[in-house]
Design a protein around this ligand. Structure first.
Ligand code: FE2
Ligand code: FE2
Length: 365
């Protein structure tokens, strides 16, 4: 298959393997769909599934077939039964690890929105945002952006999988949030496109999936858990809870990220992605907790516990992610699997952001 004319939107090139399982999958995907050995992954038992490079990359390889696919990989692999069976084995190990990590958060009598607020209030993870605002140097900020690019270049896509699985108030609320995420149908306002400009300003590859190879397992895990929740209808409560926790913990950190970039000398094109989220997510967090998750649980009360599980899992994996970056930097190491390319000087001019009409509170994107 030939190189696509425009790499910005995917598919990405297949990453390099990180162990026997991912090696087997990468090799298989280079060929037309065929049955994998029945015992592949049967003895899967990593010490820590969330930070296991081989397991997380294997999951990421499988999940990406449902997003943009991989460059040169036959699209029929998406529903190849033996690959799906392998993905299922990996998912059981991953989901069990997530449930061990966060347990079963109790649903308070005051309801699921109150439960979400409690989880967020108790989230005492290391403050990556404060470090990026006050102390991180340019190379560390670029590393952070590289990690986050795996998600932000397809921002909102995993949660969109909930849409056909919902009806009523929860669906309306999710559509309201996603509409903002996708820029109300305006390409230059799509959050993924705003982030592409941040990458561009920082002199980093803006191609979809361009940084997967250097993203460690914990970064892939932050993405894989969204895909796990998104691709299984039974986990729709967890998917909405994850989105709610995302929105409820976004506004202040994004203000700090933007301030960190300004401290390093970057302009409003670079900070636009973060600045937009300060206001947009202050609105989204209310919609997500009360209208979306509250609306879901009013219709399906049995999903309340799943909503809180999804939120707790998202917060917990993000704490591991933050700890990984801060621990790496505290000991003078890169947090990536390979250092980011040399930094370009700040304020490098890479094109102006197209003019957009002023935002309104209802369309803060
Ligand atoms: Fe966003
Ligand atoms: Fe948002």
């Amino acid at each position: 298959m030939s190189e696509p004319a425009d790499r910005r939107y995917g598919p990405a090139t297949l990453p390099r393997e990180r162990g026997p399982l991912s090696a087997a999958v990468v090799e298989a995907l280079r060929h037309p769909p065929h049955d994998l050995p029945a015992d592949l992954g049967a003895d899967l038992d990593p010490a820590d599934p969330i930070t296991d490079e081989d397991l997380q990359l294997t999951l990421f390889l499988c999940y990406e077939l449902h997003y943009r696919g991989w460059l040169g990989v036959d699209e029929s692999w998406e529903w190849q039964p033996t690959l799906l069976a392998l993905r299922g084995r990996c998912e059981r190990v991953f989901e069990a690890a997530l449930r061990r990590l966060v347990g079963t958060p109790p649903v308070p009598a005051a309801g699921v929105a109150a439960g979400l607020a409690e989880l967020v209030a108790a989230d005492d993870g290391p403050s990556l945002a404060a470090t990026l605002q006050r102390r991180a140097d340019l190379s560390q900020f670029r590393e952070f952006v590289v990690h986050r690019s795996v998600y932000h270049l397809r921002e909102a896509d995993p949660h969109s999988w909930a849409l056909p699985r919902l009806g009523g108030p929860a669906k309306a609320a999710l559509v309201e949030i996603q509409t903002d995420e996708y820029g109300n149908g305006r390409l230059d306002r799509m959050h993924a496109e705003l982030f592409r400009r941040t990458l561009d300003r920082l002199g980093l590859d803006t191609g979809y999936g361009a940084h997967v190879d250097v993203a460690p397992a914990v970064t892939l895990a932050t993405n894989n858990l969204m895909s796990l929740f998104g691709l299984h209808r039974r986990l729709r409560g967890a998917l909405l809870g994850h989105l709610a926790a995302f929105e409820m913990t976004s506004s202040l950190p994004n203000r700090r990220y933007g301030n960190g970039l300004r401290r390093l000398g970057f302009d409003e094109v670079a900070t636009r992605f973060y600045d937009e989220h300060v206001e947009a997510d202050a609105v989204h967090e209310q919609i997500a907790a009360h209208d979306m998750c509250g609306g879901l649980v009013r219709v399906e009360p049995a999903l309340a516990s799943d909503v809180l599980f999804g939120a707790a899992a998202g917060l917990a994996v993000d704490r591991l992610f933050a700890a990984h970056l801060l621990d790496s930097w505290a000991t003078g190491r890169s947090s990536l699997r390979a250092p980011a390319p040399p930094a370009l000087p700040p304020k490098v001019s890479l094109g102006a952001l197209p003019a957009v009409a002023p935002s309104t509170p209802a369309a803060l994107v």
